[in-house]
Design a binder for this molecule. Structure first.
Ligand code: BGC
Length: 348
């Protein structure tokens, strides 16, 4: 009895297999499965090709923009005489909102020609009036040459239209050391302030392009968070404590809170830590309206977030006095004044 049961089950299985092999649905399923596997393979191959193409492009643009040194620009002398009359509070050259051009398909030679009034190291001062503020733009950098090209081409005319006196500092870290935005901004602040008596320091990510020149790049009595509305976040502020992207502080405000923490290696957290520092000292963050503080973010692969950032943040206020701009040791490996920006590479 038991034996015949087993035979029956076997027979059923065989007949099921036979039916399956002649079923058009089975073959259709197989084809769909194969197409699915092929699609995964092709996507992966394209992604790899895309990565290779990007590396080649980054190299090409690096050569293009790091090719011109001081021979091609006029030196900047801080003590040069300048007009006595102050520039107007609102510059007559402002154009308002304009979506930035994000193409990198333009000649760097043309950019250098267009902005030949910029002095070596990316310094500029209006010729017909005395700027109301001297502003240092501090840009932490790693390997994003395509973004740098687009950013520099966009930011010079933007700042010129605001009739500012300014200098642009690109700060890079030894390739052997993990990227650290807070630390790089601290170094950039120290180096820029040694060089010139700036009234305002703007911490600026290289992938953010301001859209509206009524978004004034200057400091006020309160620290400012400027990149309020970014296209990537549908032009909405993601959370109230955000201080990342673009923000502005005076020298006194920076020194008062001991700058950024130097402990946040990798992506994220250093700006939230700065917000906590400001809150700790009862310094309110000022923000302009969303329809003016608009930014376009250039596309890039998201860096992996630092998993320790939450722990660091929770203990941040205990370290505040020992961890910041006043307790930082570094060495400058390289410094070059290019025609449209100053570039520094540092190590620890
Ligand atoms: C990170 C910040 C970052 C923000 C916006 C937060 O989770 O800690 O560093 O600026 O996200 O992307």
């Amino acid at each position: 009895m038991e034996l015949s049961n087993i035979t029956l089950t076997k027979r059923k299985k065989i007949s099921f297999c036979k039916r399956l092999l002649v079923s058009p649905r089975f073959y259709f399923g197989c084809v769909v499965f194969q197409v699915f596997i092929l699609a995964i393979f092709v996507t992966k191959k394209n992604t790899n090709n895309g990565d290779v193409m990007l590396v080649i492009k980054e190299r090409k643009i690096q050569e293009e923009i790091f090719n011109n040194t001081v021979e091609n620009c006029l030196l900047f002398n801080t003590s040069e005489p300048q007009p006595k009359i102050e520039c107007p509070i609102i510059s007559p050259y402002l154009i308002g909102h304009k979506k930035p051009d994000i193409s990198d398909e333009f000649s760097w030679e043309d950019t250098l020609q267009k902005y030949s009034s910029v002095r070596c190291g990316g310094h500029f001062r209006p010729s017909n009036c005395k700027a109301r503020q001297k502003v240092a733009l501090l840009i932490p950098f790693r390997n994003r040459y395509v973004h740098l090209k687009i950013f520099i081409n966009h930011i010079h005319p933007f700042l010129m239209r605001q009739q500012l006196e300014y200098g642009i500092y690109i700060i890079d870290l030894d390739d052997e050391i993990q990227f650290n935005r807070g630390l790089l901004l601290n170094v950039a602040f120290l180096e820029a302030s040694k060089e010139y008596d700036y009234d305002c320091y703007i911490f600026h990510d290289v992938d953010l392009l301001p859209e509206n020149d009524y978004n004034f790049y200057r400091c006020s009595d309160l620290p400012r968070h400027m990149s309020v509305a970014v296209d990537k976040h549908n032009y909405k502020l993601p959370y109230v404590e955000l201080f990342g992207g673009v923000s502005a502080m005076t020298k006194d405000q920076i020194l008062f809170v001991n700058g950024f923490s130097n402990k946040y290696s990798g992506w994220g957290g250093e700006d939230d830590d700065m917000y906590n520092r400001l809150e700790f000292y009862h310094m309110t963050v000022f923000r302009s309206m969303e329809d003016i503080s608009r930014y376009t973010m250039l596309k890039h692969a998201q860096s992996p977030p630092n998993p320790n950032r939450f722990k660091l943040k929770s203990t941040g206020m205990k370290r505040l006095r020992q961890d910041g701009v006043k307790n930082l040791k570094y060495k400058i490996m390289k410094r070059t004044d290019y025609p449209l920006f100053t570039y520094m590479k540092i190590t620890l």
